[in-house]
Design a protein around this ligand. Structure first.
Ligand SMILES: [Mn+2]
Length: 341
């Protein structure tokens, strides 16, 4: 069943959850603020209702979310004990809920290693990616929402849920980060209203601002300077890259490249930007941003990726130079086809 609206989905999700005891919440690989906010916002609420809840991220949380109260409640699959190599998921789980995850494969190793486990349990998907394939028993997919956390807020509101300051802070984190601080085109009146309601419910706005925006590690700034020195422009497109050598030379973390993506997305006079990040295994992660009218999700999908019209990503095979050439050709065509954007 596919719902595109929280109010319509609320009774069906509530009915499915009602007779369950142990809920496993999972989000996407390389979780962002919206992913972490979604796990905590919904997870803490269901805990408050008396369910046993396990919150799981495929890979470690970004630094800026780690000071959220309860962030340490989230288990990280890739940090499973080395002796087993595969994290054993609790047998008592009788419902799996995927949040902020456009495609089940985006739970990465969990998807590959836990297929039998997942197949044996009902799945609910709650997401805001237009590219969501809707593989759950119940799917709530509303691409009009700025963030999955905004969608979850609508769902909690439909349930007349009690939103504690802790839940409010988690959800506001997701709305704030997915709208890049209320700057993106999906900063709708409803996103702003949700944020206002959450502040009213006691969300710690100051903590989010300090941790997300005034907390850039020194090594990340050094990486930014290296990446900006390689910035290139052709017409209305600008791009740059982050190599493993660059990253290692300044000791930057794996998620430092996100700062480069954000920085170049804020340059004026451009229609699209791309950051190519070389991964340890030699594959290349591209992060695309664009102005309204240019659909970078469609560009990403050509390479097996996905995301939103104005912010999307894909993983390409290396080497870096070839990945750049292939992707830029498609991106240029997309920009040229939309002369009015
Ligand atoms: Mn999101």
């Amino acid at each position: 069943m596919l719902y595109t609206n929280a109010e319509q989905a609320a009774p069906a999700i509530a009915a499915c959850v009602k007779n369950k005891r142990h809920i496993l919440l999972i989000t996407h690989v390389n979780p962002d603020g919206d992913a972490v906010g979604s796990l905590l916002g919904l997870g803490l609420y269901w805990e408050q209702c008396g369910y046993e809840v396990t919150m799981l991220a495929p890979t470690p949380l970004p630094i800026f979310t780690q000071r959220l109260r309860s962030a340490d409640r989230i288990k990280v699959y890739s940090q499973a004990p080395v002796y087993s190599n595969t994290l054993t998921l609790p047998e008592t789980v009788d419902l799996v809920v995927l949040v902020d995850t456009g495609d089940v494969q985006r739970i990465a190793r969990i998807y590959q290693e836990q297929q039998a486990y997942l197949a044996a349990r009902p799945l609910i998907i709650i997401d805001h990616h237009a590219t969501n394939s809707g593989e759950g028993l119940i799917n709530l997919v509303d691409p009009s929402r700025s963030s999955n956390c905004e969608l979850l807020y609508e769902l909690l509101k439909a349930w007349a849920a009690q939103i504690t300051p802790e839940i409010a802070t988690a959800l506001l984190m997701g709305i704030t980060t997915d709208t890049q601080s209320f700057k993106t085109s999906n900063t709708t009146p409803s996103a702003l209203r949700a944020a206002a309601d959450l502040v009213e419910a006691g969300a710690d706005r100051a903590l989010i601002m300090r941790d997300v925006y005034s907390n850039i590690p020194f090594e990340t700034a050094k990486l930014l300077s290296l990446a900006l020195s390689e910035l290139k422009r052709e017409g209305a497109i600008a791009w740059t890259h982050v190599t493993q050598v660059m990253q290692r030379s300044v000791g930057a973390s794996d998620d430092a490249a996100a700062e480069v993506t954000d920085y170049i997305a804020n340059l004026g006079g451009l229609k699209a930007t791309a950051l190519f990040k070389e991964r340890r295994d030699g594959s290349v992660k591209v992060s695309l941003r664009s102005v309204p009218g240019i659909d970078v999700a469609a560009v990403a999908q050509r390479f097996g990726g996905g995301g939103h019209r104005q912010a999307a990503g894909a993983t390409l095979q290396g080497p870096l130079v070839e990945a750049e050439q292939q992707l830029l050709a498609v991106l240029k065509a997309a920009v040229e086809e939309a002369p009015d954007a």
